[in-house]
Design a protein around this ligand. Structure first.
Ligand code: ADP
Ligand code: ASP
Ligand code: MG
Length: 419
C-alpha cells in the first residue's frame, strides 16, 4: 500500500473543530488508497504553557522532568485525532513516542533520533488499520525516559517517519500556504515559492525561519524525502504548497532567494583581552561547556601593549540566543577568576536581532554583500556584526530595525517579483 506522512502543526489542531478539519484531509488521502501516518503537534499555545509551568515550578529544572511535562501536549492531540477519525469510520489509533518506540539520544530538550522500528505500526497496518496517529516532538531514551526534540520538533518527527516508512511524500500542514521569500507576517510583499532547494531551506531554517525545524530539512535532504509545506486552512491538492527539493529541479536562478530573521539575539564583547595563542580556546571552551550556543564571532586586533604582557591586546565579540547571555556572563566571570583568561571588562547588548539573505545563486553572482549593505545604509541601519558563508550573509543589528531591514532587503533583491 502506498504511504503518506501528514503532519499538522499547533494552529492546525488548535481546537476540536480544527482537528475535525485536519481529519477530513486525512480521510481524503485514505479514500485515495493511501495508508497514512499522521504526526501531530500540541494544540497551539499548549507547549508554551507547559514550558511556563516548568519554569514557574523549578527555574533550574531537571531536564528529564521538563521533557516529561512538555511532551504531554502532543499526547492529547494524538488521542483526539484518532478518536475523530474513528468517528468518521476511518480505522485509526494513536501512538505515543514510547509505544512505537521512537528511540532517541538522552540529550533532553534537544534529543536526536537513534531508531524508529517499524514492526509495531506495520503489524497494525497489516491488520487493517488505515491511519497511525503519532505524537510528534517526543521519543524515548535508552535510560527509559521521555525525551523531546527541541521546539518545532514535530516537523522532524514527520520527516523521520517518512524516511523510516518509505513514504511517497511528507506533507507539513501549517497556518501558511507554503514557504515564502520571507516570513509573510513580516512583509506583505513576501511571495510564495513553488519550489525551494534543500540547501536554501536548510539555511533559512537555521537562520530563524521557523516554518520548518532545521533538523527536519537535514533529514529530508539526507534521506531524499519529498517534503512539502501547505495550508491546513485551505482546500489543497497535489500541486498546492511549496516543495522542498534538489537544486536541479529548480529553474529559477537568482542571487538571493530568501530573507530570514532571528529576533532574540544578544551580543557580548570582552574588552582588552591579551592576544596570545590559545585565547579563543580559553573563551569558547567554557562557553560551550556552559551550554551557550555561540553564533557569530568577531575578533579585533589592536597593537597596544596589555599591562605586563609582551603581546598586543584584542577585543572579542560573539553573539548567542538572548536567553543564554546570563550563562555566558557567569562562564566568563568564572574563567577570569580561575586565571584562564585576562580581560578588562565586558559589554553586553541584549537588544539585537540577526537578519540574513540566503541563496544558492550567491555562488555565481558577485556584489551581493555590497547590495545588502547599501540597502541597510539607505534605511540608516547600523551593522554591528557580519558573517558570511557560501550561500548566506548575516548581519546583527538593533532589534528595533529588524522588520524594516527584512523589508528593505526583500525590496533590494527584488524578491516580490518572479525571476
Ligand atoms: P506550525 O505550528 O504549523 O508548526 P510554525 O508557527 O512553527 O507552524 O511555522 C509556521 C510559521 O512560520 C508561519 O506562520 C510564518 O509566520 C513563519 N515563517 C517564517 N518564515 C517563513 C517563510 N519564509 N515562509 C513561510 N512561513 C514562514
Ligand atoms: N509542540 C512543540 C513546539 O511547540 C513541537 C512542535 O509543534 O513542532 O515546539
Ligand atoms: Mg512548527
Amino acid at each position: 500500500m502506498p504511504l503518506l506522512v501528514m503532519k499538522f502543526g499547533g494552529t492546525s489542531v488548535a481546537d476540536i473543530g480544527r482537528i475535525a478539519n485536519a481529519a477530513l484531509k486525512v480521510q481524503r488521502e485514505v479514500d485515495r488508497g493511501y495508508d497514512v501516518i499522521v504526526i501531530v503537534s500540541a494544540m497551539s499555545g499548549r507547549t508554551n504553557e507547559l514550558v511556563g509551568w516548568v519554569n514557574e515550578t523549578s527555574p533550574l529544572y531537571d531536564a528529564r522532568e521538563y521533557d516529561a511535562v512538555v511532551a504531554s501536549g502532543e499526547n492529547v492531540t494524538a488521542g483526539l485525532m484518532a478518536l475523530r477519525l474513528q468517528e468518521m469510520g476511518v480505522p485509526a489509533r494513536s501512538w505515543q513516542g514510547w509505544q512505537v518506540p521512537i528511540m532517541t539520544t538522552s540529550a533532553h530538550g534537544a534529543a536526536r533520533f537513534v531508531d524508529i522500528p517499524r514492526a509495531n505500526i506495520d503489524a497494525k497496518f497489516a491488520e487493517g488499520m488505515k491511519v497511525a496517529v503519532v505524537a510528534g516532538f517526543q521519543g524515548l531514551s535508552a535510560e527509559n525516559r521521555i525525551t523531546t526534540l527541541g521546539r518545532g520538533g514535530s516537523d522532524t518527527t514527520a520527516v523521520a517517519f517518512a524516511a523510516a516508512f518509505g513514504a511517497e511524500r511528507c506533507d507539513i500542514y501549517t497556518d501558511v500556504d507554503g514557504i515564502y521569500t520571507t516570513d509573510p507576517r513580516i512583509s506583505a510583499k513576501a511571495r510564495k515559492l513553488d519550489k525551494i532547494a534543500f540547501e536554501e531551506m536548510l539555511e533559512l531554517a537555521s537562520l530563524g525561519a521557523k516554518v520548518l525545524q532545521t533538523r527536519s530539512v537535514e533529514l529530508a535532504m539526507r534521506y531524499k524525502v519529498r517534503l512539502r509545506v501547505l495550508s491546513s486552512f485551505e482546500d489543497t491538492d497535489d500541486t498546492s504548497g511549496t516543495l522542498v527539493c534538489d537544486e536541479e529541479e529548480i529553474m529559477e536562478s537568482r542571487a538571493v532567494s530568501g530573507v530570514a530573521y532571528s529576533r532574540d539575539e544578544a551580543k557580548m564583547t570582552l574588552v582588552t583581552i591579551e592576544d596570545r595563542p590559545g585565547i579563543a580556546a580559553a573563551i569558547f571552551g567554557p562557553l560551550a561547556e556552559a551550554g551557550v550556543n555561540v553564533d557569530m564571532i568577531v575578533q579585533n586586533i589592536s597593537e597596544q601593549n596589555y599591562a605586563g604582557h609582551k603581546g598586543g591586546v584584542t577585543d572579542m565579540t560573539f553573539s548567542c540566543p538572548v536567553d543564554q547571555i546570563k550563562r555566558a556572563e557567569v562562564a566568563m566571570a568564572a574563567a577570569r577568576d580561575r586565571g584562564d583568561v585576562a580581560f578588562d571588562s565586558w559589554v553586553v547588548d541584549t537588544d539585537v536581532a540577526k537578519v540574513s539573505v540566503v541563496g544558492i545563486g550567491m555562488r555565481s553572482h558577485a556584489g551581493v554583500a555590497a547590495r545588502m549593505f547599501q540597502a541597510l545604509a539607505s534605511e540608516g541601519i547600523n551593522i554591528k556584526v557580519i558573517t558570511t558563508s557560501e550561500i548566506k550573509i548575516s548581519v546583527l543589528i538593533d532589534r528595533k530595525y529588524m522588520e524594516l531591514a527584512v523589508q528593505a532587503l526583500h525590496d533590494a533583491f527584488g524578491l516580490d517579483k518572479a525571476a
